[in-house]
Write a protein that binds this ligand. Structure first.
Ligand SMILES: [Zn+2]
Length: 252
């Protein structure tokens, strides 16, 4: 999935290719009559001052998008501003100002990775939590992505605790990933990387960015596809073989 549209702002006449999470096919179209904007109190004051610039204006907005295919509506809220657009016209160098809007929340939330149909519900729930926070809080979105790995490990029957000297201890995510059986060796590196990205979302220091969250999504998408989509394909292929033979698969 091309995730570059999820790093962009939108304008009245330019909406990135955001994919509908309901039908996974249509794109979100802005219903222009639904867009409401209001300048912040500070912007209103600053605008009255001499020498103020349009780029100083900050605003909040609310609007509704609709899927071009299935017509599912999406409410959206966020913040906005004004930017200068420069272009070379027939009369030479020209410029104009245009409002842009930066989404914080979508309801329902957008889905940012391809999810196999048989992905476990507990993993899906954590991923949907992450998607709903993606635009508003990259650190919190990473935390939820990290939590989806905990749910995934539980689904893969990796213990959450261990008993030492008669006492039960909780295992860290790091240890749980290390305890994956050998047949999952190939996904350990990816899970560990998502764990590190998730840690960055929890700890102080440089705040994580949306690009960091998209890195975690890329890794998770590959892992989920490997674990569940491929299995899906294998089972469909098996069903095709059995049906064609009208009986068991021939084995040597
Ligand atoms: Zn749709």
């Amino acid at each position: 999935m091309d995730r570059s549209p999820y790093l962009r702002t939108f304008g009245k006449d330019s909406v990135p290719s955001w994919i509908c999470s309901s039908c996974n096919a249509g794109q979100l179209k802005l219903l222009p009559e639904s867009l409401i904007t209001k300048w912040t109190k500070e912007s209103t004051v600053v605008w009255e001052e001499e020498g103020s610039e349009p780029e100083w204006i900050k605003m909040v907005f609310a609007c509704v998008f609709e899927c071009s295919t299935c017509k599912e509506p999406y409410s959206c809220t966020g913040t906005g501003g004004v930017e200068e657009i420069q272009y070379e016209g027939c009369d030479g160098y020209q410029q104009y100002h245009e409002e842009y809007y930066s989404p914080k929340y979508f309801e329902p939330s957008l889905v940012l990775i391809d999810l196999p149909s048989n992905c476990p519900d507990a993993v899906l729930a954590k991923l949907h939590d992450s998607f709903s926070l993606f635009f508003a809080d990259a650190g919190a979105a990473l935390n939820c992505a990290r939590a989806s790995i905990e749910a995934l490990l539980t689904n893969l029957k990796v213990n959450k605790t261990e008993v030492k000297k008669g006492q039960r201890f909780g295992l860290t995510l790091h240890r749980r990933i290390g305890n994956l059986p050998a047949k999952y060796q190939h996904i350990k590196d990816s899970l560990m990387a998502v764990k590190w990205l998730g840690n960055a979302g929890s700890h102080n220091g440089k705040a994580p960015t949306r690009e960091d969250v998209l890195d975690a999504y890329d890794l998770l998408e590959w892992v989920l596809s490997d674990l569940y989509a491929n299995k899906d394909k294998k089972l469909k292929a098996l069903a095709r073989i059995v049906n064609r033979r009208k009986g068991p698969v021939q084995r040597r």
